[in-house]
Design a protein around this ligand. Structure first.
Ligand SMILES: *Cc1c(COP(=O)(O)O)cnc(C)c1O
Length: 878
C-alpha cells in the first residue's frame, strides 16, 4: 500500500500565492506545483518517518522535518538525506531565513538536498497529522479509540489478543499515543485489515481534537481517569473534558466511572442535543446501576486467578444516553482471568463489553480470556550472562514492533544479535512478501548476527544476508543445545511470536541476581533533557553531568542515551570515568573536573578535556603537553566566585590571562564557575554576585587572549531560576535524573525507582522485639516482612525505627527496629495480602526520593550516589 508523492503533495497543498512566488524565485530551475518541488512524480511512499536515526526503508519513506525546541529541523533533514531519503516535508519557515540578511543566505541549502522531492508546509507536525487523517478517511471498517489515565495499552493488547482470530487487527505499536505516535500508528491502516485499535494520550488541553480527527473512532473506550495530578491541566474536570473529545463522533462509548463526577460529566457531554449525534453509553462497574456489572466471585491467590461474574442486558438493548432502554433482557455469565488485581478486573470487563459488541460469542470469550497475557509494554534492557544485555520482546511479532525494538537494540552494545521466530498467522500468498520485508528491515538495521527459530525462516534463509546466520527448527532445539559461551559482550534482542515461548530462551540468558534493583526509566531521562532544553534561550548549549556513575544511574548507559539525543558536552569528575566513556564508544566532548599530573597521559590518550583550576596544574599540564609536542589542547578554566572549592581567584585572572596569551600548548575552550546555592532565594544576592564575578573574569580573559570561548555557570536550579545566566552553555545535573530542587513546579518525570523483595514474613507477638539491640518493640500483634536491602546498599541506618518508610502494594509501611547491613524489617500490618517474594518500592514515582532524603537527614544527591554497586541497574523504556 502506498501513495505517489504527487498525490501526497496535492493533499498537503496549503499554498498561498506569495509563498509560491517566493519559492519560484529561490529555485527557478525546478517546476513548482503549489508548495512543492517535485522532481519525480511517481516516487511511491509507503512509510512515514520523523527521526533521522531510525530510518529503515529510505527509498519508500517520506521524512517530516519536525521543529524541535532548539534545533532547526533542517539539520535532521540533511542527516536523513545522507541516509538515503529523497522525499521530504519541510517547514516553509526554513525559507524565510534565506530572505533575510546576507548572514543567513546559506541557511537553506538547495544543493544539499539536490535530488530530493520537497514539499513545503507552514507546520510539519500539522501536515503529518493532516496527511494521516486523510489516509484514515480511506477506510470504512470499525476503529476503536482508547484513552484514559491508565490501562490504555493493556486494554488495547488484550482486545487484540481476544479478537485476533476473528479480525485482522491493525493497532498502535507499544504505547505510541502522542501527537506524533498516533499519526505514525494510524498510517499503518491498510485494506487488508478490518479492525483498528489505537490509543490516544494527551498532556494538555487542545491536543485531543487533533488525535480525534486522526483516529476517528467509531467505538470509544475510556479507561480509568485516576487521581494523578497532571501539570498540563488546571483540574481533573478539565482533563476529563479534554479526553472525552476523542469520542465526539463515536457511535458507542464504553467507560468506567470511579466517581460520581465522572459519570455526571460523561452523561452531560453526550446528552442528546439538536446538533450532536447520539453516542450510546455503556458503563462498566461494580454497582447495581452499571450497564455491565462485574463482581468478583473468587480470588485464588495460589493459582493467581479470579473468577468474575458479569450481569448485563443483551447488547441490542444497551441504553442510550436518554436512559430509555428497551425491554430488559438480562444475561449472566462467569469467566476466569489469570490475574488477581482490581485493575485487571476492570480491564477484563471492558474487553468483555467490546467483544460482545463486536460479535464474539460468550463461549469464545470465556475460553480465550483465561489465557490473557501479562502486558509489560516497557522494553527492558536487562543484564545477561557473559556481560551481555538482553531485551526480551517476545510477546508479539510484526514488522512495526520489530522496528521499534531494533531501534532500541541499536542504542546498546556495539555487537548485536537478534533471535527471531517465524512470523505467525500468514497464508501462503502473504508469506513471501512478509518475510522479504522483515529481512530487508533487519539488513537495513545492520544486525551482526541473526538466529532464527522455526521452519519458515529456513525456507527464506537466502533473504537474510547478515554476517552470521544460525538457524533452529524450534525453541526446544535451541534451548536443548544452548551453551552459555555462545553469547559474549553483545546486546541480544529476543523477538518472537507468543507461540514460540521465547521465555525459555530468556530464562537461559538472564543473569540470575540479587533481586534488589534500581530501575532507570530512559524515556523519563529523555523527557527531562527535552524539558530543560525547552527552557533555554536560543543557541545555548547543554552539558550533562554524568559524574559519580551518572548520579548513581549508570555512567555508560546514561552517556549513550544522552549522546543519542544530541547532548553537546558530558562531564565527569575523574579521568577514569572519561576512559569508560571513550571505551564504550562515546564520541561527545568530555570535560574532566578534577585532574592531577598522573592523569595527563590518560586525558590525552582519550581526548578528554581537563578543568584547569590553578597555576600549578596549568603549568604542569603545559609542560607535559610541550614534552609531548602537543599544542592547542582544549581546556576549561575554572574561576572561583565564592564556592571556595577549586578555581582561580578573581585577583589571579589578570595574571592567568597574561600567561595563557603567551603560550600555544593549550587553548581555552570554556571558562566557568559554579553557584553555591542557586536553588535558594535567600541567597539570590550572592548568586548575582557570583555571576558578575564570572562575567568580569571572562571579559578580562577574552581581552587578553584575543578570542572568545564558551562561558557557563548555571546548574539545574539556575536554568529555571536565572535564565539570564544561561550564557553560552548550562550544566544540567540533578534535574536530568528527575529531581527539581527549586520551589517552582516543573513538568519533569521521576527517573529512578529502587525496589527490593520480601525474603520472609513473620508474625510477632506483643512483648517481642525485632532486630539488633531489640530496638523494634512490639506492643500489638504485628506482621513483619524482611526485605532484601540494608545500609550496605545505601539504605541508611538513619532510617531505623520508623523513620524510613517503604511502599508495599501501594501502602506505606514503616521500618521496624534497626536497619541491618543487608536486610531491613518493615511493619506490614497495613497490607494483610502481602506475600513472600512481593516487591517493595524504596523510592520511585509513588514515593519521592526526597522523603527518604529528609528522613535520613541528607539530600537526594547523596541518596542516589550511595546506592550500592551490587544493586543491578535495569533500564526501561515506556
Ligand atoms: C555537579 C555539578 C553540577 C550539576 O549540579 P546540579 O545541581 O546537579 O544541576 C554543575 N556544575 C558543577 C561544577 C558540578 O560539580
Amino acid at each position: 500500500m502506498g501513495y505517489s508523492i504527487k498525490d501526497i503533495a496535492a493533499v498537503l497543498d496549503f499554498s498561498d500565492k506569495a509563498d509560491v512566488a517566493r519559492l519560484q524565485a529561490l529555485s527557478p530551475e525546478v517546476t513548482l506545483k503549489g508548495h512543492s518541488r517535485i522532481l519525480r512524480e511517481n516516487d511511491m511512499i509507503e512509510h512515514l518517518t520523523v527521526d533521522s536515526r531510525k530510518i529503515s526503508f529510505a527509498g519508500s519513506s517520506l521524512f517530516f522535518a519536525l521543529k524541535t525546541s532548539n534545533r532547526d529541523g533542517l539539520d535532521y533533514a540533511l542527516q536523513a538525506y545522507e541516509a538515503g531519503i529523497r522525499n521530504f516535508v519541510l517547514n516553509i519557515a526554513a525559507l524565510s531565513l534565506v530572505e533575510g540578511e546576507s548572514a543567513s543566505v546559506s541557511a537553506f541549502d538547495w544543493e544539499a538536498l539536490q535530488q530530493a522531492n520537497l514539499i513545503f508546509v507552514p507546520d510539519t507536525l500539522e501536515a503529518l497529522q493532516y496527511l494521516v487523517s486523510w489516509h484514515r478517511q480511506q477506510f470504512r471498517y470499525p476503529v476503536i479509540g482508547i484513552t484514559g489515565s491508565n490501562g490504555k495499552t493493556i486494554v488495547k493488547e488484550w482486545l487484540n489478543y481476544l479478537l485476533e482470530s476473528n479480525y485482522k487487527v491493525v493497532r498502535s505499536p507499544r504505547s505510541f499515543n502522542s501527537q506524533i505516535g498516533v499519526p505514525l500508528s494510524v498510517w499503518e491502516m491498510t485494506d487488508a485489515d478490518n479492525l483498528g485499535i489505537f490509543e490516544a494520550g494527551i498532556s494538555t488541553v487542545g491536543e485531543m481534537d487533533k488525535l480525534q480527527s486522526i483516529i476517528l473512532p467509531e467505538i470509544g473506550i475510556l479507561t480509568g481517569i485516576g487521581d494523578a495530578h497532571d501539570s498540563g491541566f488546571d483540574s481533573k474536570l478539565q482533563k476529563l473534558r479534554e479526553k472525552l473529545l476523542l469520542f465526539k463522533q463515536s457511535k458507542i462509548l464504553f467507560y468506567h466511572a470511579e466517581d460520581n463526577w465522572i459519570e455526571k460529566e460523561v452523561r452531560l457531554t453526550f446528552s442528546k442535543t439538536a446538533n450532536q449525534p447520539q453516542v450510546r453509553l455503556v458503563r462498566i462497574g461494580a454497582d447495581e446501576n452499571a450497564d455491565i456489572r462485574l463482581t468478583q466471585i473468587k480470588v485464588d491467590e495460589k493459582r493467581h486467578t479470579t473468577i468474575i461474574s458479569a450481569v448485563y442486558q443483551a447488547e441490542a438493548t444497551w441504553s442510550d444516553a436518554s436512559g430509555q432502554g428497551q425491554q430488559a433482557d438480562i444475561r449472566q455469565m462467569q469467566f476466569e482471568i489469570p490475574f488477581t488485581d482490581a485493575a485487571a478486573l476492570q480491564n477484563a470487563g471492558t474487553c468483555l463489553a467490546v467483544c460482545l459488541y463486536l460479535g464474539l460469542s460468550t463461549a469464545g470469550f470465556i475460553s480465550k480470556v483465561q489465557g490473557l497475557p501479562a502486558i509489560d509494554m516497557r522494553l527492558q534492557v536487562l543484564p545477561a550472562i557473559n556481560r551481555c544485555s538482553v531485551i526480551n520482546d517476545s510477546y508479539s511479532l510484526d514488522q512495526r514492533s520489530l522496528q521499534v525494538a531494533l531501534d532500541l537494540l541499536n542504542q546498546q552494545l556495539p555487537s548485536k544479535t537478534l533471535i527471531l521466530s517465524d512470523i505467525p498467522g500468514l497464508n501462503q500468498t502473504d508469506a513471501p512478501t512478509a518475510y522479504r520485508q522483515m529481512a530487508d528491515l533487519i539488513l537495513n538495521k545492520k544486525v551482526n548476527r541473526v538466529i532464527t527459530v522455526g521452519a519458515q525462516w529456513k525456507r527464506y534463509a537466502a533473504l537474510l544476508k547478515v554476517p552470521v546466520l544460525e538457524q533452529y527448527d524450534s525453541t526446544e532445539a535451541l534451548t536443548r543445545t544452548f551453551q552459555p559461551g555462545q553469547f559474549k559482550d553483545e546486546a541480544i534482542l529476543l523477538k518472537g511470536a507468543r507461540s514460540f515461548q521465547f521465555e525459555e530462551i530468556f530464562y537461559l540468558l538472564q543473569e540470575k541476581v540479587h533481586q534488589t534493583r534500581l530501575e532507570i526509566n530512559l524515556t523519563a531521562i529523555v523527557h527531562n533533557q527535552k524539558m530543560y532544553r525547552s527552557l533555554l534561550q536560543p543557541g545555548v548549549k547543554m552539558m550533562a553531568m554524568v559524574k559519580a556513575f551518572a548520579y548513581g544511574s549508570g555512567l555508560l548507559e546514561m552517556a549513550s542515551v544522552l549522546q543519542y539525543h544530541h547532548i553537546d558536552y558530558l562531564t565527569v569528575a575523574y579521568a577514569d570515568e572519561g576512559v569508560v566513556l571513550r571505551n564504550g564508544g562515546i564520541t561527545t566532548p568530555v570535560m574532566v573536573m578534577n585532574v592531577d599530573q598522573y592523569a595527563f597521559e590518560t586525558l590525552v590518550a582519550h581526548q578528554l578535556e581537563p578543568e584547569i583550576y590553578s597555576f600549578r596544574i596549568l603549568k604542569e599540564f603545559m609542560a607535559f603537553l610541550s614534552a609531548q609536542g602537543l599544542s592547542q589542547y582544549p581546556v576549561h578554566i575554572k574561576l572561583d566566585t565564592g564556592m571556595h572549592r577549586l578555581g582561580f581567584d578573581p585577583d589571579e585572572v589578570d595574571a592567568l590571562g597574561d600567561l595563557l596569551s603567551r603560550q600555544k600548548t593549550v587553548y581555552v575552550k570554556s571558562a566557568f564557575s559554579h553557584f553555591t546555592s542557586s536553588e535558594d532565594d535567600g541567597d539570590d544576592q550572592f548568586t548575582h554576585q557570583q555571576a558578575k564575578l564570572l562575567l568580569q573574569g571572562c571579559a578580562i580573559l577574552e581581552n587578553k587572549l584575543g578570542y572568545g570561548f564558551i562561558r557557563h555557570i548555571a546548574n539545574t536550579a539556575a536554568i529555571a531560576r536565572f535564565p539570564e545566566y544561561q550564557l553560552d552553555m548550562v550544566r544540567l545535573g540533578i534535574g536530568l535524573y528527575g529531581i527539581n530542587t527549586t520551589s517552582e513546579s516543573l513538568p519533569i518525570r521521576t527517573v529512578a525507582t529502587l525496589k527490593a523483595t520480601i525474603a520472609q514474613i513473620k508474625e510477632i507477638a506483643p512483648g517481642q522485639t525485632v532486630g539488633y539491640n531489640r530496638m523494634g518493640k512490639v506492643a500489638v500483634p504485628t506482621r513483619t516482612a524482611t526485605i532484601r536491602i540494608g545500609y550496605a546498599d545505601g539504605f541508611s541506618r538513619m532510617l531505623s525505627n520508623g523513620r524510613g518508610k517503604v511502599l508495599l502494594h501501594g501502602k506505606i509501611c514503616p521500618v521496624i527496629g534497626n536497619v541491618c547491613m543487608d536486610m531491613t524489617m518493615i511493619n506490614i500490618n497495613a497490607v494483610p495480602t502481602a506475600m513472600e517474594g512481593d516487591e517493595v518500592e524504596i523510592f520511585g514515582p509513588e514515593l519521592p526520593v526526597q522523603q527518604m532524603a529528609a528522613a535520613s537527614g541528607t539530600s537526594s544527591y547523596e541518596i542516589f550516589t550511595s546506592i550500592g554497586q551490587r544493586i543491578n541497574r535495569i533500564y526501561v523504556e515506556d
